[in-house]
Design a protein around this ligand. Structure first.
Ligand SMILES: [Zn+2]
Length: 289
């Protein structure tokens, strides 16, 4: 039974579709069919939202490990993380939140992506339900480590997921991205209703999903400067197979860098927030959930 649900936007202050969806639902109320759910809507980082930046000092959505929550880091987002942990947590089995949904945007062409962090009956049923309601959705599973060891805001709940929608430039609101965000948020809340009503979800068909592999760096020279950019055949091809031998990068000297590994399903291709980290994209494996 999901007795307490939290829905947040603005963990990153320039990811506007979650921020605007939360604002609208706070102003006008959520769709009436969700009245039987206990949902708290909140904006996670109001100061970053006001400044229209991802964060003021440190990435809020990396602060929620047990170690960081216990540290005496005084960065704005580290202090805020402790406040959010008191408000919605505390992180762990005694959390006041049964299910935490956190809404994000990406500059990559990832469409509406549901990010789940655990391969268990709840998350598999959720993934199948959302994919059934919204065939255009992508399901991404990041279960390379335990749920609790992630630093994500949504891990303050006993269960937690993220909605990640793109491509949308930082600080910009696009109608298509907003509508996809709203559709996925409603699909997840419809699942919560079905779960609480103990509907038989075992008849939902298995669905395609992508399991996170690792991050791929841009080609760098000996001084750490980039030598290449995303090849045009890869740009905007999130979750589409990148075959061995296909072009991945175009060098500034004209060199074409080919993908030398086995077929992968890249995502977060050319994500703006990962620019400083020189992350070009993340790999994934296609699986069935
Ligand atoms: Zn984000």
């Amino acid at each position: 039974m999901l007795n307490s649900i939290v829905l947040t936007g603005g963990a990153h202050g320039n990811e506007t579709s979650g921020i605007e969806l939360i604002r609208q639902w706070q102003l006008s109320g959520m769709p009436a069919r969700f009245n039987n759910l206990n949902v708290r809507c909140g904006l996670a980082n109001p100061n970053a939202i006001d400044a229209n930046v991802r964060f003021l000092e440190e990435d809020l959505n990396r602060q929620f490990t047990v170690e960081r929550l216990a540290s005496d880091n005084l960065a704005a987002e580290a202090v805020l993380a402790k406040q959010l942990n008191e408000l919605y947590g505390p992180k762990g089995p005694d959390s006041a939140t049964d299910f935490f949904i956190d809404v994000h945007n990406t500059t990559s062409e990832m469409g509406a992506t549901l990010i789940i962090l655990e391969h268990d009956a709840f998350n598999i049923a959720l993934a199948r339900f959302v994919k059934n309601a919204m065939p255009e959705a992508n399901i991404l599973i990041e279960d390379e480590k335990t749920f609790a060891s992630h630093g994500y805001l949504c891990t303050l709940g006993k269960k937690g997921v993220m909605i990640e929608v793109g491509g949308q430039p930082q600080g910009v609101l696009r109608e298509d991205v907003y509508l996809l965000t709203q559709k996925m948020a409603e699909a997840i809340l419809d699942f919560c209703l079905a779960w609480n009503e103990k509907q038989d979800l075992s008849t939902l068909p298995p669905c395609e999903a992508f399991r996170l592999g690792r991050e791929i760096s841009f080609p760098l020279d000996d001084h750490g400067q980039r030598k290449a950019m995303i090849h045009h055949q890869l740009q905007d091809k999130d979750f589409i197979a990148l075959e061995q031998g296909a072009p991945a990068f175009t060098g500034f000297d004209g060199t074409i860098y080919l993908w030398e590994e086995d077929t992968t399903y890249p995502h977060f291709i050319n994500e703006a927030a990962y620019h400083k980290l020189d992350v070009a994209f993340a790999t994934s494996q296609r699986i069935t959930l």
